[in-house]
Design a protein around this ligand. Structure first.
Ligand code: A2P
Length: 337
């Protein structure tokens, strides 16, 4: 069997990677439809060695399409995901538009593949936030073994998460600063080159950013455990690809560092890199281009009875977005379509 697949936002940082991942994983695509805004008219993108023209997204784009991978921003998904679903297309949405909708499953295939079946209610499956995905992949085996009560996470997030414009902005600001030219600030409220911004997405009334609250609420939904406490500080750093996270957990039962290492060494989607004597620990530059979540620096938190610290790194555009969406599509066609 093969499927008609559409990528919405095909010219963007995530959309483009979705096309590469479909190709690499040899997803059974019958026909690939690439959709973006009128700004992309005339653009062609290669798929399996052949150029495919990008079409302008409209209400009639989804006739005959069976799977739609959406990554063109929340407002585009809000408007077009229901239209696509009504046309019989299963939408896998990378934006935050439907993540907290109780009738939409929020899925990381290594963690809660069983939730995918709920797509039948609305025809939509949500891909979680990039920072949440890599964290729950690393925490799932520990949660299953000793139940995690509370998570304190701080993130170091790459600019590619903001999209193509932000990748250009970091490169241009770096070049300008290295050649004593004036720095232009457009995408972020402050200079991102040689800086750290404790501000991702918009601020909410409680003083947290929307990105921080996504990590709190999405983790509860993915683990199907509203009692798990999560508190987050999300920070944009001058890195192109790969989010890093310092994750501190408190567990119900005690677990040793050795046991955590043993669990993670066989966990699906996880690569353990933890040999500090050899300077071996996960790095954004090594995670870039890969699909695994890399975990290291595993230590006991000596300030509490049952605490563990971890360092968790993954490619935010791949596992954090495109690869996770395609993995969801793989389970969908294997078990449901
Ligand atoms: P376009 O290139 O035509 O603007 P990124 O996250 O890298 O900024 O990419 C955003 C993606 O979403 C791009 O493919 C962009 O297309 C697409 N997009 C943004 N707004 C719309 C819209 N109103 N209709 C269709 N596609 C959109």
């Amino acid at each position: 069997d093969s499927y008609n697949v559409a990528v919405v936002g095909a010219t963007g940082a995530v959309g483009n990677e979705m096309i590469r991942v479909l190709e690499e994983r040899d997803f059974p695509v019958r026909e690939l439809t690439l959709l973006a805004s009128e700004r992309s008219l005339g653009v062609e993108i290669d798929f399996r060695g052949k150029p495919i023209p990008v079409k302008v997204l409209d209400e009639n784009s989804f006739k005959g399409i069976e799977i739609g991978l959406f990554s063109a921003g929340g407002s585009v998904s809000e408007r077009y995901a229901p239209i696509a679903a009504a046309a019989g297309c299963v939408v896998i949405d990378n934006t935050s538009a439907f993540r907290m909708d109780p009738e939409v499953p929020l899925v990381v295939p290594e963690v809660n593949p069983q939730a995918i079946g709920q797509y039948k209610k609305k025809g939509i499956i949500a891909n979680p936030n990039c920072s949440t995905i890599q964290m729950v992949v690393a925490l799932k085996p520990i949660h299953d073994a000793v139940r995690i009560r509370r998570v304190v996470v701080s993130t170091y997030q790459a600019v590619s998460g903001t999209g193509k414009k932000a990748i250009t902005e970091l490169a241009e600001q770096t070049r300008a600063l290295m050649s004593c030219q004036e720095v232009k600030v457009k995408v972020y409220p402050h200079q991102i080159a040689f800086n750290c911004l404790p501000h991702i997405d918009v601020f909410l009334d409680n003083g947290y950013t929307k990105e921080e609250m996504k990590m709190v609420n999405e983790t509860k939904k993915i683990f199907d455990d509203p009692s798990i406490g999560v508190t987050a500080t999300t920070v944009r750093v001058p890195v192109f690809y790969g989010h890093s996270e310092s994750v501190n957990i408190e567990t119900e039962k005690k677990i040793s560092v050795e046991e955590v290492k043993k669990l993670l060494s066989t966990a699906p989607g996880v690569t353990l890199i933890d040999n500090p004597k050899e300077n071996a620990y996960p790095l954004a530059i090594h995670a870039a281009g890969k699909d695994d979540t890399f975990v290291g620096r595993i230590r006991e938190d000596e300030s509490i009875p049952n605490g563990i610290n971890l360092w968790v790194v993954a490619d935010n555009i791949r596992k954090g977005a495109a690869s996770n969406a395609v993995q969801i599509a793989e389970v969908l066609i294997r078990d449901y379509l």
